[in-house]
Design a protein around this ligand. Structure first.
Ligand SMILES: *Cc1c(COP(=O)(O)O)cnc(C)c1O
Length: 391
């Protein structure tokens, strides 16, 4: 039996009959597209409440959430956006698309999130935004980011905070005020890609914010800049959330907290079983009593020192029918697409090292304890079977 890296069928098993009823209604009403759909408006209301913001606006994907948010704050030619060097390319490529410039910062090796100590040194007169990415389900250290943005903002030049919450839906911010990720900065950009914490049945995303002006702007952007009287006020996009996705997401949102607790419990079990192993580093797991967890483990990512060990371990697990993934094998600044930014090998040592050491293990809600035990047993066998010279 294969231990799967993801199990999407398990993620909707419990609510599928209810969702099919929704779909039946949808196919009789046929309001398929987000702009006028009640189901989309309902989901947006529920999602804003869940995250703790005034507004949530459904869009077509997490990438579009970032694109529209960066466009809304006016990122254009030469504007700089500070972000981590290690992560998914979407955070950077949308900035490039708008003519802006991603300015990378190395990561904190403990969390793989942006190293907040290195942000201030990257601020220039062109800095328009900081984009913390809450990677793998774990909140960035938000207080220093808020402080730096405030310190360097002036009356005529605001430094915006655009949170990339694609992997951390439902995570509490690492901040003393009890807010969730996506409710801290000016914008929260969420992906509902099927494997994310709150996954849709296809592509979908959302933007959260508290500013009525920004919410209005994004509402127009996602629908070609159209206003309520049918004029096209600004040049916009076609990026609407489909009604069918809104129905699916509303059903899944009801189970999200339970699913996140399951992810955290799985991570805790991994942490216990893998503790003290040579050359394996496991992520920190929130305490069992912690009701505002700052990591919800969209990914359970261990570090295996040295690339050859990591790759051999991955193969070893594959032979035992255990699926794993590598997020990410190449740091963003080393990708071919972003070569024109002019970064080079050695510029971000921790990001480059992470790319050689990370290995993500199955952690989905509903994964059996037995399966986690089997994964850990296989990892231990690998370590025992590797001679000291090879490992
Ligand atoms: C998934 C993801 C995105 C993009 O979301 P899509 O819905 O796939 O467009 C952006 N940033 C991060 C960190 C992601 O993991």
């Amino acid at each position: 039996m294969t231990i799967k890296y993801n199990n999407l069928a398990a993620s909707h098993e419990s609510f599928l009959p209810l969702f099919f009823k929704d779909v039946q209604k949808l196919f009789s009403e046929c309001d398929f597209i987000g702009a006028s759909s009640k189901a989309v408006a309902n989901f947006e209301k529920e999602f804003a409440k869940y995250i703790g913001t005034e507004y949530a606006l459904g869009v077509a994907s997490g990438t579009d959430a970032l694109l529209l948010a960066f466009d809304a704050i006016g990122i254009s030619s030469g504007d700089e956006v500070i972000m981590p060097a290690f992560g998914f390319i979407a955070t950077a490529d949308v900035v490039v698309r708008l003519g802006g410039k991603p300015v990378f910062v190395d990561i904190d090796p403990e969390t793989c999130n942006i190293d907040v100590k290195q942000i201030e040194g990257r601020i220039t007169a062109r800095t328009k935004a900081i984009a913390p990415v809450h990677l793998f389900g774990q909140s960035c250290d938000m207080q220093p980011i808020l402080d730096i943005a405030e310190k360097h903002s002036t009356l005529n030049h605001k430094i915006w905070i655009v949170e990339d919450v694609a992997q951390s839906c439902g995570t509490y911010a690492s901040l003393k005020n009890g807010k969730k990720c996506g409710a801290v900065g000016d914008f929260g950009c969420f992906s509902f890609y099927p494997t994310k914490n709150l996954g849709a049945a296809g592509d979908a995303g959302a933007i959260t914010c508290n500013s009525p002006e920004m919410a209005e702007k994004i509402r127009k952007y996602r629908d070609h800049g159209r206003n309520t009287i049918g004029d096209y006020e600004i040049v916009g996009y076609n990026s609407r959330l489909d009604t069918i996705q809104a129905y699916y997401l509303s059903r899944k949102l009801e189970e999200l907290d339970e699913n996140l607790l399951d992810r955290i419990a799985n991570a805790r079990l991994y942490g216990e079983l893998l503790s003290g192993l040579d050359n394996i580093r496991t992520p920190e797991v929130p305490d069992e009593e912690d009701n505002m967890p700052t990591n919800t483990f969209n990914y359970y990512t261990i570090r295996v020192s040295r690339r050859d060990n990591r790759d051999r371990l991955r193969n070893w697990l594959k032979e035992k029918n255990i699926e794993t993934c590598i997020y990410y094998p190449i740091s963003m600044h080393m990708t071919s697409a972003l070569k024109p930014l002019g970064y080079d090998k050695g510029d971000f040592k921790e990001a480059e090292k992470a790319a050689t050491e990370v290995l993500s293990l199955p952690v989905w809600p509903g994964l059996l304890r037995n399966d986690i035990q089997a994964v850990c047993k296989a990892i231990k066998e690998f370590i025992n079977n590797s001679s000291s010279t090879k490992y």
